[in-house]
Unconditional design. Structure first.
Length: 317
C-alpha cells in the first residue's frame, strides 16, 4: 500500500506539504523530482476528493511520461486496476486507469486527468480542477501558464500549482518570473536567488509565497552508479549541459548562438553607436513563422572592428 512506499529524504517534507499555492520544483536529471511530485499528488488524491490536471507542452508526450509514472507508483502500491481484476469488491477499492482519454479514477471520486497545452481547447472544458501539475514547465509558453492561472478557480478548496523542470537557459520565462526578472529596459530584479536555493535546497520565499525545491541526482538514493557516471561524462563534450543535467544549475542547454547577448541600458549611447556604423554594414533579417509563430523582421548592423552585432529595430507580425 501507499504507506509502504520508500521516499528519498530530500523529498519527505515536500510530498506532504500543501501549505502553499505555487511550488517551483527544479533540478538535474534523475533527481526524482517528477517521481516524487506524482507520489505527492497520489497521496493527496487518495486522502481527499480532488480533480487534478497534469499538463505538458505536447499532449503526445504525456502517455509515456506522467501517465506511465502514476501507473508505476500505483502498481507498486498494488492499487491499480487496469481492467484485469475479477473481484468486484476488490475493484471498488482500486484506482482505475482509463487509456482514452487518459485518466485515473480513485475510489473516493478523485480524478487525475491529462492534457496537452498544444490544444488549449481541451483545457477550457475542464471544470472542478483544484491542483495543476505542469511537467517540464520550461517547455510551455508563458501565455499558456497565465491562461491556466486564470481558469483554475474551484471554490471551497485550496488551489495548488506545481511546476517541475530542468533549469534551462536564463532567457526562459520560468527564470524571468520566478528567479530574476528583466524588464524591457534591461533592468534586473532578483525575485529569488538561485544560488541561495542551490545552497539551502528548499525554502519558501515570503515575498511571492512560492515554495522552491532544488535537487540533483545525489538526492536520489534509488539511482544506480552508472547513471551518475554518465551524467559526469557529459562534462567532456558539453559543459553547459553538464551544469544543467548533473548539478541542476541554470544555464544554456547546449551551445548558445549569442552567448554575450545583452539589452542596452544607455539609449542615447546606443543610438550614437548605431549611427556611427557605415551603411554598408547595416542589414535586414526576415524569418517567416508558421502556425502560431510570428513573422519577425529585424534591422541590425555590425561593428566589424570590435565584432559586435547591434539589433536596433524589431517587428513581429
Amino acid at each position: 500500500m501507499l504507506s509502504n512506499i520508500q521516499v528519498a529524504g530530500a523529498f519527505q517534507s515536500y510530498i506532504t506539504d500543501w501549505d502553499y499555492e505555487t511550488y517551483m520544483i527544479f533540478g538535474g536529471y534523475g533527481s526524482g523530482k517528477s517521481h516524487n511530485t506524482a507520489l505527492k499528488i497520489v497521496l493527496k488524491a487518495w486522502a481527499e476528493k480532488r480533480t487534478v490536471l497534469v499538463a505538458r507542452a505536447v499532449f503526445d508526450t504525456l502517455r509515456d511520461s506522467c501517465f506511465a509514472l502514476f501507473k508505476e507508483i500505483l502498481t507498486k502500491a498494488d492499487l491499480l486496476d487496469e481492467g484485469n481484476r475479477g473481484n468486484k469488491k476488490e475493484k471498488s477499492k482500486l484506482v482505475v486507469a482509463v487509456n482514452s482519454p487518459m485518466e485515473l479514477r480513485f475510489p473516493n471520486g478523485s480524478r487525475i486527468i491529462f492534457r496537452g497545452l498544444d490544444n488549449y481547447e481541451r483545457i477550457k472544458s475542464i471544470h472542478g480542477v483544484s491542483i495543476v501539475w505542469v511537467e517540464e514547465c520550461a517547455e510551455i509558453k508563458y501565455d499558456s501558464y497565465m491562461e491556466l492561472l486564470g481558469r483554475i478557480r474551484e471554490p471551497g478548496v485550496t488551489l495548488h500549482f506545481i511546476l517541475t523542470c530542468n533549469p534551462v537557459g536564463r532567457e526562459n520565462w520560468v527564470y524571468n518570473m520566478f528567479f530574476v526578472h528583466t524588464d524591457e529596459n534591461g533592468n534586473e530584479e532578483v525575485i529569488q536567488s538561485p544560488e541561495e536555493i542551490y545552497k539551502r535546497k528548499r525554502l519558501v520565499n515570503r515575498r511571492n509565497g512560492v515554495y522552491y525545491h532544488h535537487s540533483t541526482v545525489d538526492d536520489n538514493p534509488f539511482i544506480n552508479k552508472s547513471y551518475k557516471e554518465r551524467l559526469e561524462g557529459i562534462k567532456q563534450f558539453d559543459k553547459p549541459l553538464w551544469l544543467v543535467a548533473r548539478w541542476g544549475r541554470f544555464g544554456a542547454n547546449g551551445l548558445r548562438v549569442l552567448p554575450n547577448f545583452r539589452i542596452a541600458t544607455d539609449a542615447q549611447n546606443f543610438v550614437n553607436k548605431v549611427r556611427s556604423i557605415s551603411a554598408s554594414n547595416h542589414y535586414f533579417g526576415l524569418d517567416f513563422g508558421f502556425e502560431t509563430s510570428y513573422n519577425a523582421l529585424i534591422s541590425c548592423c555590425v561593428d566589424v572592428e570590435n565584432n559586435d552585432l547591434y539589433v536596433y529595430d524589431e517587428v513581429y507580425i
